[in-house]
Design a protein around this ligand. Structure first.
Ligand code: F6R
Length: 234
């Protein structure tokens, strides 16, 4: 896991865009995408470039259960708003939050991921160490599955809803194994709220208690952060 630290968010996002462009120029076709506050400035910056994804495919990490794609807090809506309307891909996929049968839906989505192996995966990180919606304790062997969200995750995401009661309790997510199959992974840990979890990620051994530590066994992971090492803090 290579880590690059930046003194400003601006530099960090500029670097992230450059990494994505380089991956694409080197032939990446299939992109695993993330949502959340961390990704908004990244997508805004990408939209200002002339990058063309029209021959690429995108696969989102996760989607809330129970929200239709037109719901403003669904990840389908988020992706259209922040990236896909401006930068369309040849095809874009997310789990279907309204799927009738979770087992059929998770098998369908995992099947797509196996049919189109990911060249590049973008990740944020939750304060509890989750990647996608793989909460602490998730098996590192997990494939796409249905999860019950931790209360802390629902609280962290409540800022996007009018009240916590509206935050769905379940979601579909790529599993840790699904994520680990990507050829190249870029994780962004941005903002003070991620300080503790980043330290835990860098200090912890490979443990399912901190899902992001699975990445320590991946050969090509880059972490970008605007957080400084403890000893360098003023
Ligand atoms: C979202 C996702 C999550 C987020 C994480 C951080 O698709 O997969 O793992 O990356 O919850 O969210 P923010 O960026 O809002 O802090």
């Amino acid at each position: 896991m290579r880590i690059e630290r930046f003194s400003s968010k601006e530099e960090l996002y500029t670097r992230a865009v450059a990494i994505i462009m380089e991956a694409k120029n080197n032939g990446a076709i299939t992109f695993g995408l993330a949502t959340g506050g961390t990704m908004e400035p990244l997508y805004a910056k990408i939209c200002k470039t002339d990058i063309d994804f029209s021959h690429c495919m995108s696969f989102n990490l996760d989607e809330y259960v129970g929200l239709e794609a037109t719901h403003k807090q669904s990840y389908a809506y988020y992706m259209n708003k922040h990236l896909l309307n401006q930068k369309p891909f040849l095809a874009s996929y997310l789990p279907d939050g309204l799927a009738v049968d979770p087992l059929v839906e998770t098998a369908r989505y995992e099947g797509l991921l196996q049919q189109y192996p990911l060249d590049f995966q973008l990740l944020g990180i939750g304060q509890n160490g989750h990647i996608g919606f793989n909460e602490p304790g998730t098996s590192f062997a997990s494939l796409t599955h249905l999860v019950t969200l931790e209360e802390s995750t629902r609280q962290a995401n409540a800022r996007f809803f009018s009240s916590i009661d509206e935050v769905p309790t379940q979601a579909y997510t790529m599993g840790i194994q699904s994520i680990m199959r990507a050829k190249c992974i870029l994780l962004l840990a941005v903002g003070e709220a991620k300080c503790e979890v980043l330290e835990r990620l860098l200090a912890s051994d490979y443990t399912e208690d901190v899902p992001a530590t699975a990445l320590s066994k991946h050969p090509n992971v880059m972490v970008l952060t605007d957080l400084q090492e403890e000893e360098n803090k003023l």
